[in-house]
Design a protein around this ligand. Structure first.
Ligand SMILES: NC(=O)c1ccc[n+]([C@@H]2O[C@H](COP(=O)([O-])OP(=O)(O)OC[C@H]3O[C@@H](n4cnc5c(N)ncnc54)[C@H](O)[C@@H]3O)[C@@H](O)[C@H]2O)c1
Length: 358
């Protein structure tokens, strides 16, 4: 029987966020399972990203903080999930530099609390349900630190987080690993590269640049713009998470990347090329808006993911190239101008943050 079948209940934490909402939409659109979205609704949450879901009888929303053990216990008792996908987190590196405490609270204490309540629930299940249950923890390639010009992160790369964000994600990965090793909770960890796509909060590089460009604002590139990231279209990440939850081996970790290494400068230039073609400016090219500003503190130079394991063991492949995924994304922003205007009211700070003065 498939692990996420007809009567399965999938609990998604952080399901109102950028990637979590894409997971919710994917399950409701392409699978028959029920979805419980557990989210605290921070500034990063976007209820409009799951607005269609609220009409679906297979969907429930629970306004719950993953640091709240008794509420999590109630959610487990009420819905009896078969699979948990943990995406709830504080996620923006610049914010973690200015105010790390929320990151420690949600990413470390929240993950710990969720693990405690998951273990309590899992221990109360019958033998078959216990063996079929999965807890998938969604993490990042940033836990591995930075690379020089060569090499890639594999599942065996030692952790060396450099920002408060990546340090708390690394800590949560270690907790998840320990709950498997010590208590045999069937956990899986995925470490993914930078995502982009519809509904991403505009503090992240790609929507930040697209929205500023459309607003005729300067496009600030940190440092020399030569930092390299490996980009993945969000729907490709979602497919990888579903595959890992269905067929991944408990205790295993899987790296997920898009084979799309680009410098930040190249990303911004490609955005400008696409906007010049899709929505030309009256006063010249979008390239004229690019400016170079002070470097981010502790900015990692290069990330690159070797995703051979998930490709070989689980048969996953990204379906979008960087250019095709970016074109889809920019078209989505252009068609959803009302969303672009609305998101600026939701705590998006157009000023520079993360300069290392907490
Ligand atoms: N965005 C990326 O490029 C990327 C890449 C790799 C891994 N990840 C990981 O994927 C996950 C999701 O990332 P995202 O970009 O969708 O994040 P996001 O910031 O868009 O959304 C995070 C969601 O978590 C919720 N949340 C925050 N604190 C919570 C709490 N205490 N209790 C319950 N809910 C809470 C927020 O309300 C929000 O809806 C994170 O764990 C992140 O580390 C993200």
């Amino acid at each position: 029987m498939p692990r996420i079948g007809h009567d399965s209940v999938v609990m998604v934490t952080g399901g109102a966020g950028f990637i979590g909402s894409a997971v919710v939409r994917h399950i409701l659109d392409y699978m028959a399972a029920h979805v419980i979205n557990v989210d605290k609704l921070t500034y990063a949450a976007d209820p409009s990203a799951t607005s269609q879901a609220s009409f679906n009888s297979r969907y429930r929303f629970e306004h719950v903080d993953i640091c709240d053990g008794s509420e999590l216990r109630r959610v487990y008792r009420t819905y009896k999930p078969h699979v948990v996908l943990n995406l709830a987190a504080e996620t923006h590196v610049d914010r973690s530099i200015d105010g790390p405490s929320e990151f420690v609270r949600t990413n470390l204490v929240g993950s710990f609390t969720l693990l405690e309540e998951t273990l309590r629930y899992w221990r109360g299940l019958g033998a078959v349900s216990r063996s079929e249950f999965r807890f998938l923890h969604v993490s990042t390639d940033e836990v591995f630190g930075t690379l020089s010009a060569d090499g890639m992160f594999t599942e065996d790369t030692p952790y060396a987080p450099n920002s408060p964000y990546s340090a708390t994600k690394a800590g949560s990965d270690h907790l998840v690993r320990a709950w498997h090793q010590t208590y045999h909770l069937p956990t899986i960890i995925t470490n993914c590269s930078n995502n982009y796509g519809p509904y991403q909060f505009p503090e992240k590089l790609i929507p930040h640049m697209v929205l500023r460009a459309l607003g005729e604002e300067k496009l600030p590139v940190y440092g020399d713009g030569a930092q390299v990231r490996d980009w993945l279209y969000v729907e490709d990440h979602v497919c990888a998470l579903i595959l890992a939850a269905q067929n991944g081996v408990p205790g295993a970790t899987y790296n997920i990347g898009g084979h799309s290494e680009r410098t930040n400068r190249a990303v911004v230039e490609t955005i400008c090329d696409l906007l010049d073609a899709l929505s030309p400016r009256e006063g010249g090219s979008y390239h004229d808006l690019i400016e170079y500003v002070a470097e981010r503190a502790g900015h990692d130079r290069r990330y690159a993911i070797d995703s051979t394991k998930i490709e070989t063991d689980l048969g996953w492949r990204p379906s979008e190239s960087f250019e095709s995924g970016l074109k889809k994304t920019i078209n989505w922003y252009l068609k959803n101008k009302a969303w672009c205007d609305g998101v600026r009211q939701r705590g998006y700070r157009p000023v520079r943050i993360g300069l290392g003065n907490p």
